[in-house]
Design a protein around this ligand. Structure first.
Ligand code: NAD
Length: 388
């Protein structure tokens, strides 16, 4: 499919909900800032400085409402997701967030999952675009993953091995379905609803139309999970029938992975249930140069949280060496979302220039003689200020 130049992924939906306290000619915004764990503070502050520079350049004011989540919040406030953090996001309606560590297989449940559920952030938008200057096996990748953010196996409905509730559930399933589950099993429930599926597929089509994208592909495993993924696909087809201007097709998730690796230029907007969306979007980041370059937005009806796709990368924490681009691009998406389109474009343009010039880049983009996180952020800030 021939590629087209289209308006940037920044000109996103849901402008209505920004908190724009206009006073005279000065536009001012209060934004919740959550630095995050591990490399979080390094990349989040880089993004924050870029927003400050863009605000100065494009004539608006930003005040940051600093809040905590994750390990820091647990240590200082006794909760991984304090009420005041949620209240701040709900009040300001927009947040810039760093990654948060989630212990694997034990400890507290994911803070991100809790936050997305509590704030109703049902759409996770993850653009993956190959920028000039980034080394890649591909020459033309411009994808957007639209991931359902509230249900699927991420709903957090889990039954531990050996627990009384698990044995009861195993017995119930045997009595209702005749299927035997080994008594030493743990169980995770996968809810997929008509309402959440319809909402996310509608979001994907609206996004496609607003950003002049031509194709929406629904990703599923409906051949095996006929009830859940089958429902997602059925709803996706119904929604697609109401959006005639955009091509719709669907693909089984394993085949989608192969297709993306072979010919990513064929695809455009991918709409996925939660788990596939998570996996596919990391795959897409790999196509365009890695996690250091992948931004994201979590969008709901009343607020939005912008964060890099990557995690807290603990082995890099405190070394001032990881790529701040994913966070800076997330900040650019955020500026587009609050209605500061010129600043969003200015920030994105500045990031792309620094990458294209190839001089001040972190280790993932320039393994020999790499620059630091702060050097790269400074280079972007200089571009924003000079406008060149
Ligand atoms: P990760 O994304 O933190 O890091 C994996 C690897 O990717 C790193 O070791 C590094 O090589 C590379 N990488 C990541 N970010 C980079 C950057 N900005 N620049 C250059 N290279 C970068 O994944 P992980 O190690 O599996 O997860 C660490 C923790 O982060 C876990 O606790 C996980 O649950 C959490 N996590 C949080 C979020 C979030 O808060 N949104 C997202 C994903 C993972």
């Amino acid at each position: 499919m021939p590629r087209r130049r289209r308006s940037s992924a920044l000109s996103t939906i849901n402008r209505l909900h920004h908190r724009d306290k206009r006073s005279g000619k000065t536009r001012s915004y209060e934004i919740t800032f959550i630095a995050g764990d591990g490399v979080g503070p390094e990349v989040s502050n880089a993004a924050r400085w870029c927003v400050d520079a863009a605000a100065e350049k494009y004539g608006f004011e930003v005040s940051w409402d600093e809040q905590q989540a994750g390990e820091v919040a647990l240590r200082r406030q006794g909760s991984v997701l304090p009420r005041r953090t949620i209240d701040s996001i709900a009040r300001n309606r927009v947040a810039l967030k760093g990654p948060i560590t989630t212990p694997i297989g034990e400890g507290f449940r994911s803070v991100n999952v809790q936050m997305r559920k509590t704030l109703g952030l049902y759409a996770n938008l993850r653009p993956a675009r190959l920028f000039p200057g980034v080394k890649s096996r591909y020459s033309d990748v411009d994808l957007v993953v639209v991931r359902e953010n509230t249900e699927d196996v991420y709903a957090g409905i889990e039954f531990d091995e050996g627990a009384r509730a698990t044995s009861q559930l195993i017995r119930l399933i045997a009595s209702k379905s005749g299927e035997r589950i080994a008594p030493d099993s743990a169980i995770t429930i996968k809810p997929i609803s008509i309402s959440a599926s319809r909402r996310i597929v509608e979001f994907a089509f609206r996004y496609a139309k607003d950003n002049r994208r031509k194709r929406v592909t629904a990703v599923h495993k409906a051949n095996i999970m006929k009830s859940t993924d089958g429902l997602f696909l059925k709803v996706a087809r119904q929604v697609a029938s109401r959006h005639r201007g955009v091509i719709f097709d669907d693909m089984i998730v394993d085949s989608m992975c192969m297709q993306l690796v072979l010919k990513p230029e064929m695809y455009d907007v991918l709409v996925c249930p939660n788990l596939y969306g998570d996996i596919i979007s990391d795959l897409c980041s790999g196509l365009v140069g890695g996690l250091g370059l992948a931004p994201s937005a979590n969008i709901g009806d009343s607020c939005a949280v912008f964060e890099p796709v990557h995690g807290s990368a603990p082995k890099h924490a405190g070394k001032n060496e990881v790529n701040p681009t994913a966070s800076m691009l997330s900040a650019a998406m955020m500026l587009g979302h609050i209605g500061e389109a010129r600043a969003a474009k200015g920030l994105e343009r500045s990031i792309l220039k620094v990458i294209r010039e190839g001089r001040v880049l972190t280790y993932d983009l320039k393994p020999r003689n790499p620059s630091t996180t702060t050097d790269m952020a400074d280079a972007v800030i200089r571009k924003i200020r000079s406008g060149r």
